[in-house]
Design a protein around this ligand. Sequence first.
Ligand code: SF4
Length: 318
Amino acid sequence: MNKLINNEKHYVTLSNYLKDIYHKKVYKITLNGNFTCPNRDGKLSYNGCIYCSSKGSGDFAGNINDSIVEQFNNQISIMEKKWPDGYYIAYFQANTNTYDTVENLKKRFDLIIDKNNKLLNDKIKILSIATRPDCLSDEILKYLSELSNRITLWVELGFQTSNELTAKYINRGYSNNVLDDAVKKLHHLNINVIVHIINGLPNETYHDMINTIKYVCNLPIDGIKIHMLHILKDSTLANIYNTKPFNLLTLNEYVEIVADQLRYIPDNIVIHRITGDPDINNLIAPNWVLKKFVVIDEIDKYLRKNNYYQGDLTINLK
Ligand code: SF4
């Protein structure tokens, strides 16, 4: 069993994983690189994924009116009061952060670490880039590979579900094999890959959600972010929900599903998140997602009560 799994935490948390490597608190500085998204600018669609807010899933990203350096400095001045001794992950979260020319990507990411390996701040240890798997051309992969020789690089891919019918319904805009291809190429370049999934998507069953976990765990990924579907005010899903409300998972249902999903995830895969973190001002439902620490605590209690551990069902993955 992974040494980071213990009686208290029955799965490998991101924070324990990072503490084990860096021996310090490592926290995210969330930046907005002012990118757009092919699922919003008309290349694929103008509507976006149905759950996505106008901020492009970057509700806590920096202010786009500030330069990246200003965003970074503003955030560390706040965070350093809490963790004066920590290290940073420079996280490009909002929209699709590889949806541009390589030249323009360099204007953003080379600010974090330049060609001569000079860091924007010496306490930055990781560069994390959130994107879509269909926005990784060979040219962009070549640049990411170069970047990964300068700094630990994470690429985060929004996948959400392996059910292709749901993928169509949520307007994801690409098929599963696009993810397979992107993960394999990134893995081949030794880039750390994190896949995002969402539980509770409309019409999805328990088995769909378990299948999604099995699907992504059969790819060479390094981390998973598990989110609960939440309905944000300025999303397409809000219109659907307001016109015809559909069932959302309860906290208890969510806890049981996540616990079961964790059991299928091999213990070499880091669990970056087990619940979402919506902006309270923009949330329609469900309200229980706002109590992030309660959700995490309930999952921990459920795992302990049932003696379930991350990966204890991995043998049944296929
Ligand atoms: S790919 Fe990401 S940014 Fe683009 S519409 Fe979907 S969730 Fe929003």
